[in-house]
Design a protein around this ligand. Structure first.
Ligand code: SAM
Ligand code: SF4
Ligand code: SF4
Length: 347
């Protein structure tokens, strides 16, 4: 259902609440070193026990409340969201919420070929598939020693065939690791109708040993592609779109670049995140969220939950990426160690 009048819930900088990212699991079948390094997430790692994870009913109830506050787009993420059992039934319920105009999901692609048709049928509009390299050795290094990039390429074809398109492909670029493959990845998706987006490696969480020297800035990424396949900038699809868009001059499609480090876009950040255990997290770099599950379990009514969400969003003043370099200097070890991890909130 399309809503003609938009609810406007401004945060302390006037940014409305428009997007909700829901992390449906903290588990993953990959061990990307920049997100869930295998040394830490070994066989004995304790993931969240079932009772601590939001149930589908709780998730849908919260999403419905978020929609009344202005959310129009929901992205399902994780961990690896396709590991969550019966996910299509959750998607069907979320897609049926009044006001939700766009239902998407981000996946590493490993289980996508098998699940694409059911996902489409449930009401999912589109998928974003992560793919850091076409080179098997580098792909394995960046996914924790598992699997093969061909399996992700095959899954993208299946997803396109069932209509989960336009498909976006996410590539996190790390200097000295996969940056030499940027042009190959661009070439792979030219003319396919899919849009590859190159993402600057970010200092999310506390586990990836981030250093500026591993970041390849958006300008350099563009320069490298433009040298081979000339590009021109496109206007944003919508205000506040995080990826800057570029089209190939020969008409072979477009790419995106997400410059969270070199050119932050906090001023347009309209995204709330719902963590696997039911906390509202206002920023990718937050150290804590607002617990919504405990009040729900204690019997809070919708008005009470709405009041908690409104209060948390209204006082939101996060703009970490704009303050990154000042903040990193000031952070003491304790504060730095408390950051929420990427796999808990899903990007
Ligand atoms: N497992 C799914 C996947 O990998 O697509 C969904 C969750 S994953 C956390 C969401 C996205 O965040 C992926 O595209 C991943 O590459 C990206 N990501 C993870 N850690 C990152 C980092 N440190 N900097 C930039 N992007 C990152
Ligand atoms: Fe898993 Fe995605 Fe994190 Fe990689 S980026 S470990 S696929 S959650
Ligand atoms: Fe939004 Fe926080 Fe990222 Fe800025 S740093 S764009 S506020 S999530």
């Amino acid at each position: 259902m399309k809503h003609s009048t938009l609810t406007h819930l401004p945060d302390s900088f006037g940014r409305p609440l428009r997007d909700l990212r829901i992390s449906v699991t903290d588990r993953c079948n990959f061990r990307c070193p920049y997100c869930m390094p295998a040394e830490i997430f070994g066989e004995n790692y304790s993931f969240l026990p079932r009772p601590e994870i939001l149930t589908f009913e709780e998730t849908v109830r919260l999403a419905r409340l978020f929609a009344t506050l202005g959310v129009r787009k929901i992205r399902i993420t994780g961990g690896e969201p396709l590991l969550r059992a019966s996910l299509p039934s959750l998607i069907a319920a979320l897609a049926g919420i009044g006001g939700i105009e766009d239902m998407t999901l981000t996946t590493n692609g490993y289980l996508l070929a098998a699940k694409a048709a059911a996902l489409k049928e449930s009401g999912l509009d589109r998928v974003t598939v992560s793919l850091d390299s076409l080179d098997s050795d580098i792909f394995q290094l960046m996914s924790g020693g598992r699997f093969d990039p061909q399996m992700v390429l095959d899954a993208i074809d299946v997803a396109a065939a069932v209509g989960l398109s336009p498909i976006k492909i996410n590539c996190v670029v790390q200097r000295g690791l996969n940056d030499d493959g940027i042009v190959d990845l661009a070439r792979q998706f030219r003319g396919s109708g899919h849009v590859i987006r190159f993402i600057e490696f970010m200092d999310v969480g506390t586990l990836n040993d981030w250093d500026m020297k591993h970041v390849v800035g958006a300008d350099e990424i563009l320069e490298r592609i433009n040298e081979r396949f000339p590009l021109e900038e496109l206007p944003p699809n919508c205000p506040g779109e995080v990826a800057k868009r570029y089209r190939y001059l020969d008409g072979s499609g477009e790419i995106g670049v997400i410059s969270s480090v070199s050119k932050p876009f906090c001023g347009y950040c309209t995204r709330a995140r719902l963590s696997t255990e039911g906390s509202l997290v206002n920023c990718l770099f937050a150290s804590s969220g607002t617990d919504l599950k405990t009040p729900m379990l204690a019997g809070a009514g919708d008005e009470e939950l709405l009041a908690i969400i409104k209060a948390a969003w209204s006082r939101r003043s996060d703009r970490y990426s704009e303050e990154r370099f000042d903040r990193r200097e000031l952070l003491d070890d304790e504060a730095a160690g408390q950051r929420i991890q990427m796999y808990q909130i899903g990007g």
